[in-house]
Design a protein around this ligand. Structure first.
Ligand SMILES: [Zn+2]
Length: 236
């Protein structure tokens, strides 16, 4: 299986919440998308690993992703080790994505931060010709970082107005997490309804770029423009 885009995240539902709309949009454009979850989410307040696996499969179906695997690293104990980097590098060589989406580099949950570091290092290692690892060397062309909903400067936004409903449906597929019980309102941020939160943040990001709903991303590189008049934004 060769993918156009691979999103890597610590927990099942991280991808849906941070960049699910963009994944769906890429699938709508005919791209092949995949998700690598690093843990089974077994330390979550609600739901078992088995329930979350079923939820994740259903969410993948809603988003139209072609490939979803789980590395089964220990939840809440993701560590930046050589072994973990190589495990992810092996996956990168296997599915050969051009674009990789990682968590943003400022995070509250340490697993998210380490997933970012592991993902970056794995992308680098996967391209090393002399590395003793299964598969042909492959280095993704582009790494982008999905928003952590922090007040940081983002590099660009993706209009997900046409995908917002399916993004919410994909998160709603996590029945073991986000049901109608009061505890489910404590999972993402204490007292916060995740669906309301996602809608407000997507509308906030959308407002910045004159669309109804958007997702925010950061990149570490500067963008080189050939003809500034062709930039896809109006100044006045
Ligand atoms: Zn998470």
């Amino acid at each position: 299986m060769r993918l156009d885009v691979l999103a890597i995240a610590a927990h099942r539902d991280d991808v849906e919440i941070t960049c699910g709309g963009t994944i769906i949009k890429l699938v709508d454009k005919g791209k092949k998308a995949g998700i690598l979850d690093l843990t089974q989410g077994e330390m979550g307040t609600k739901g078992t690993a088995e329930e979350r696996a079923r939820d994740a499969a259903r969410a993948a179906e809603i988003m139209g992703v072609a490939w979803r695997e789980n590395l089964e690293l220990p939840d809440s104990a993701v560590e930046v080790t050589r072994e973990n980097k190589l495990q992810i590098a092996r996956v990168i060589r296997q599915v050969r994505p051009e674009l990789v989406i990682l968590p943003f580099w400022i995070q509250r949950h340490p697993d998210h931060l380490y997933a970012m570091q592991l993902g970056y290092d794995a992308c680098f290692l996967a391209g090393l010709k002399k590395l003793e690892l299964d598969g042909e060397p492959h280095r993704p062309r582009k790494i982008i970082y999905a928003s952590s909903f922090r007040d940081v400067a983002h590099s660009f936004f993706v209009d997900i107005t046409g995908q917002m409903e399916r993004k919410l449906a994909a998160v709603r597929a996590y029945k073991s997490q986000f049901d109608s019980t009061p505890e489910s309102k404590m999972i993402y941020k204490p007292g916060v309804d995740i669906f309301e939160y996602m809608t407000i943040t997507a509308a906030f990001y959308g407002h910045k770029v004159n669309v109804k709903y958007a997702e925010a991303f950061a990149i570490k590189e500067n963008i080189l423009i050939d003809d500034p008049a062709d930039m896809p934004v109006r100044s006045i």
